[in-house]
Each structure stands twice: as C-alpha cells, then as structure tokens.
Ligand binder design. Structure first.
Ligand SMILES: [Zn+2]
Length: 256
C-alpha cells in the first residue's frame, strides 16, 4: 500500500485519563529526609522533623476522609530514595506526595514551590535536585531502566495536574496570613523519587527554613497544621476530579 497517498499521518491525540474513570484511593506520603539525614537545618529546626510532623498531620486528615494512606517513614528513620520509591510502588499507591522544606541561600526570600518530573531549566533548581537526591540508593546502572518508564504513560500529565492542585492550595492558604510570601510556582526537576515512582507524583517545598520569619512560624503547630490542611485539601480536590461520578460535571465546570 502506498502510504504517501494517505498524506502525512496526524500526530496521535493524547487520551484524556478521565475516560478511564480512575479513582484515587491510596495516597503515599513521603516525609523528606530522616534518621542520619537531617535535611536543611536553620533557626533551631530540622527539615526531617518538620516533614514528618506535617506528613503525619496530612495522613490524619486524609484518613478521616476515607482515603487510605501509606507513609514512607513514620519515625526518625533513615530511608534511601530508592527505598521510598520501592515502598510507594509496592503499596500500589494512586498518588505520591513528597514533603520537603526549602533552604534558599538568599535569606530574605520565602515562598512555596511544587515540582513534578522533568528536566530542570534553571541552575538553582538543578542544585536543589542535587541536594534532595543525595543518598539516592540507586546505582548508575539503574538509571536507564528508571528513565525508560518516565514519559510512556499519562503519569506525566497527571503529575502536572497534581502539582498545580498542590501549589495552588498551598500558596492560597499560606499567603492569606503572609502577604510577602512568594508563589514560586509549579516547576519541573529530576528528583529521584519522582523518577522511580510509578504513579502521579509531586514534591512540595512547603516553606523556607532559611528565612527567619518562616523558621519562627514553623515552630508553631498551628502553622504546620495549616500547611498540612492545604496539602490534604489539594489531594482531596485532585481525587474528587478523578471520581467516576463527578469527573464529567466537574471538568465541564472548569475544575482541575
Ligand atoms: Zn529536602
């Protein structure tokens, strides 16, 4: 058959995952760092303690909403990034949310940002990915296998949607009481936990402990609860948009 007679083939159209009516039932929460890896330290607080505290609060809120929750650590334990990925994949989580607290060299800056997988476009993001990826547990030989699975399914688009839901809620909730808070936006970066997990996955930097004001706020349980509530709300919002009964109406209404 003469293919040229058919003219150029139209590029394949993307399939809207809503058509599969995929529900979110299990959420994997990943408190960054832990054990021998404290993460960022400033203002008398350690990232590993903050991420665990916030993740536990998010877990309690989501469990109360009927979602099943898996934590990649539930104590001050050392976990390689590979172990976190393996826990998430073995649990067959529907979505993966990694929680971190940023440290920015410019002390005055404070803001929140949310990442999904992709190539970093700016050198500061690459440095951050390098810092968060230390002690990954993967060898160079694993990398081809890891990267092969990245863009083959709808996971990439869904991760972006989830990142938008998380960033939108987080910034709106926290900016309410902190007018000078910076919306650092949704970004792409090659964090190992986002590469290896087989579900839509995002990494949120929920505060900046390098900023004095943020460090002070993070000492308060009420502020950590506010962060947790916004993360839980964004997961619920994303999940609701995927629910079989509500998907069509919600999407028509312009929901995410
Ligand atoms: Zn971190």
């Amino acid at each position: 058959m003469d293919g040229a007679a058919l003219g150029p083939l139209a590029p394949p159209r993307a399939i809207d995952p809503a058509v599969f009516r995929l529900a979110v039932r299990k959420v994997v929460l990943d408190p960054g760092h832990g054990g021998s890896d404290p993460g960022a330290i400033a203002g008398g607080v350690r990232e590993k303690d903050l991420t665990l505290d916030i993740a536990r609060r998010v877990a309690a809120l989501l469990a109360g909403q009927g979602l099943s929750v898996v934590l990649t650590r539930d104590g001050d334990e050392t976990r390689s990034l590979q172990q976190r990925v393996e826990i998430a994949n073995a649990a067959r989580g529907d979505i993966f949310l990694s929680i971190h607290v940023n440290s920015i060299p410019t002390e005055r800056r404070r803001g929140v940002e949310t990442y999904y997988l992709g190539a970093a476009t700016d050198p500061t993001v690459e440095r951050l990915a390098g810092a968060e990826n230390s002690g990954s547990g993967y060898s160079l030989a694993d990398f081809r296998h890891l990267l092969e699975g990245v863009y083959v399914d709808v996971r990439h688009d869904e991760s972006r949607r989830l990142a938008q839901a998380v960033q939108g809620r987080l910034f709106a909730a926290l900016a309410h009481d902190n007018p000078q808070l910076e919306d650092r936006g949704v970004k792409q970066a090659p964090f190992v936990v986002l590469v290896g997990t087989e579900m839509p996955s995002v990494l949120a930097e929920v505060a900046c402990i390098s900023n004095h004001e943020d460090a002070e706020l993070l000492h308060q349980g009420s502020y950590r609860q506010e962060i947790a509530a916004s993360l839980a709300a964004s997961v619920r919002r994303y999940a609701a948009a995927r629910e079989p009964q509500t998907t069509v109406a919600h999407r028509r209404a312009g929901g995410v």
